[in-house]
Design a protein. Structure first.
Length: 578
């Protein structure tokens, strides 16, 4: 499509024409130059309009030739495709697939939705649409509508020659393959030298030569002359329509012009190729063209494979970086060991496979370039982000994240091993403390003090030894508490169990101290009682030795009166001790 902007050129020329700041002597030359430029711009615009008109007519006929299979027809290419319905039917005919049902309604939003469905289908067919949006078609944009139809022709009409891809270089190779076919078929015909799809077809001899090569019974080629171009073109178009069934996409005046439209001629010549390629007499020639096409298709397959493999590898790299960059580890020794094992598996099994894929990509890219060079095609340049250098940079980021992951995992493993050792030490000490507490609670719960003063005094000394032992044991209880506090500060995963055991030890420790204090109280009272009994015995012995019998009996009588009262008081006191 023409990219000239005549309106802008005219405005620029007019601005220069009205510029009064030029030197006076240059006015004549300025006028001449401006007029020349205006004429050139007008000529460019006229040629562009002529080309658009020819393309519109040719593409309209081409579209109708396919819509006829579903009893449909368009009259205006720009207007009749705006609602998206005819565009959808055309794509269904060409692809043999069913597209989403068009939305009912004639509002703009309905038209946009229908056209968007058609464009989305083309994208799914790997058709590259350059700057074409649904609003362009709905608005009836002439050049973009023509561009869309040309893209569809390339994809569905010339696919046996060269499958249309997103790479424009592949499209040009399709044109070259078709040109090669035309040259092969017209080789040896006098005054026929096809070098392009424009001026080489103006005299009509090339069209007649193609038909005569395959159907010499239809044309007397030796009677044709270059000077009678209109007759030659009309004859070729009529014979192709009447005897070959090829739609008359062009008129003689469309071709016999100073600048014939290349796309229109290609569209029409392709119909010749499709027809003649089916004839058995062209098997050998078809194989030659097919070889060229196969090379192009094979190159494209390898390109697609490279693109897919590069995308998969880059996706894997990014996902792996996201996974191994996560510094949240399992809060247990077993969990961290499992994570370390998974990381080791990744480093020794998964990553080497991807590294080999990375190397294969480099080999594949070299193969692509070699095949394209052998086919005289331009080197393949991967899309942005899929260059070998891009993949190498992504791989470097992966290795950096991998190193950080390994360091963090080993650090966490050391921390968990330390916590596990602390837990084992804590359990061992709490088990020992529990046994010691149970034994001492059993000892201090026994009140076997004896029944005389020496026995009670011996029990008191033994009790004091127990108290001294318990007092010295308090530091060991503190060690258990410190271990539990350290594990809690480090976030040990089983801290609830540790805290429960710690609290149990502290509770048993408090109970032991209470039992010891109570036993001392009972011992002290028992000791006081035994001393009282001892004093009474001493008094009785003294009375026997120092007073006479009468006085003794008198004293004994008095004591006999007081002793029952003393016994009642002692009984009450002993019960309180119990």
């Amino acid at each position: 499509m023409a990219n000239a902007s005549p309106d802008l050129d005219n405005a620029e020329a007019q601005r220069q024409l009205n510029n009064n700041n030029r030197p006076i002597g240059s006015g004549f030359w300025e006028t001449e130059c401006t007029s020349s430029k205006l004429f050139e711009c007008s000529r460019i615009k006229a040629l562009a309009d002529e080309r658009d008109a020819v393309q519109k007519k040719t593409f309209t006929k081409w579209v109708n030739s396919h819509l006829a299979r579903v009893s449909c027809r368009i009259s205006d290419l720009y207007n009749d495709l705006r609602d998206g319905y005819m565009l959808t039917r055309l794509l269904e005919v060409l692809s043999g697939e069913l597209l989403p049902r068009p939305t009912r309604g004639r509002m703009r939003i309905h038209c946009l939705e229908n056209v968007d469905k058609a464009l989305q289908f083309l994208k799914e067919q790997r058709v590259h649409l350059e700057n074409v949006g649904s609003h362009d078609i709905v608005d009836g944009n002439h050049r973009l509508t023509l561009g869309l139809i040309w893209t569809i022709i390339l994809r569905f009409q010339i696919q046996v020659i060269k499958i249309e891809t997103e790479d424009n270089r592949e499209t040009r190779s399709a044109k070259d393959a078709l040109l090669l076919w035309c040259q092969m078929k017209t080789a040896g015909y006098p005054e026929v030298n096809i070098q392009n799809f424009t001026t080489c077809w103006r005299d009509g001899l090339a069209f007649n030569a193609l038909i005569h090569r395959h159907r010499p019974d239809l044309i007397e080629f030796h009677k044709l002359t270059r000077s009678n171009a209109t007759h030659n073109l009309q004859q070729a178009f009529n014979i192709a329509e009447q005897h070959l069934g090829l739609t008359k996409l062009l008129d003689p005046e469309d071709v016999n012009t100073e600048n014939p439209d290349e796309k229109s001629i290609i569209t029409y010549v392709v119909s010749y190729y499709h027809y003649f390629s089916k004839m058995k007499a062209l098997i050998v020639e078809g194989k030659r063209v097919g070889k060229v096409l196969d090379n192009c298709v094979e190159a494209e397959k390898i390109v697609n494979r490279y693109d897919a493999l590069a995308s998969d590898l880059l996706d894997w790299i990014e996902k792996t970086i996201a996974v191994i960059s996560n510094q949240k580890f399992a809060n247990s020794l077993t969990g961290v060991q499992q994570q370390l094992q998974a990381f080791t598996t990744y480093c020794t099994i998964e990553k080497p496979i991807k590294f080999q894929e990375k190397g294969n990509l480099e080999v594949l890219l070299f193969t692509i370039q070699s095949k394209l060079r052998a086919n005289n095609q331009k080197p393949y340049v991967p899309n942005d982000g899929k260059l070998i250098s891009d993949i190498n940079k992504a791989w470097e980021r992966l290795e950096k994240a991998e190193h950080e992951r390994g360091v963090a995992l080993r650090k966490e493993l050391i921390r968990q091993e330390k916590l596990e050792l602390l837990a084992q030490r804590f359990d061992h000490k709490t088990t020992m403390r529990q046994a010691w507490l149970n034994e001492n609670q059993r000892l201090v719960s026994q009140d076997n003090f004896g029944y005389d003063l020496p026995a009670v005094e011996a029990a008191m000394k033994k009790h004091e030894a127990i108290e001294a032992d318990i007092a010295s044991y308090e530091e060991r209880i503190g060690v258990v508490v410190e271990l539990a506090a350290e594990m809690e500060a480090e976030g040990y995963y089983d801290i609830r169990r540790i805290s429960a055991r710690k609290e149990n030890i502290l509770g048993q420790w408090s109970l032991l101290k209470e039992l010891v204090a109570g036993r001392r109280t009972r011992l002290e009272k028992n000791l006081a009682l035994q001393k009282t009994f001892q004093d009474m015995v001493y008094m009785i012995d003294w009375m026997e030795d120092t007073v006479n019998l009468d006085m003794f009996f008198c004293f004994f009588f008095t004591c006999s009166l007081l002793f029952p009262l003393f016994l009642r008081n002692q009984s009450t006191w002993c019960k309180s001790l119990a």
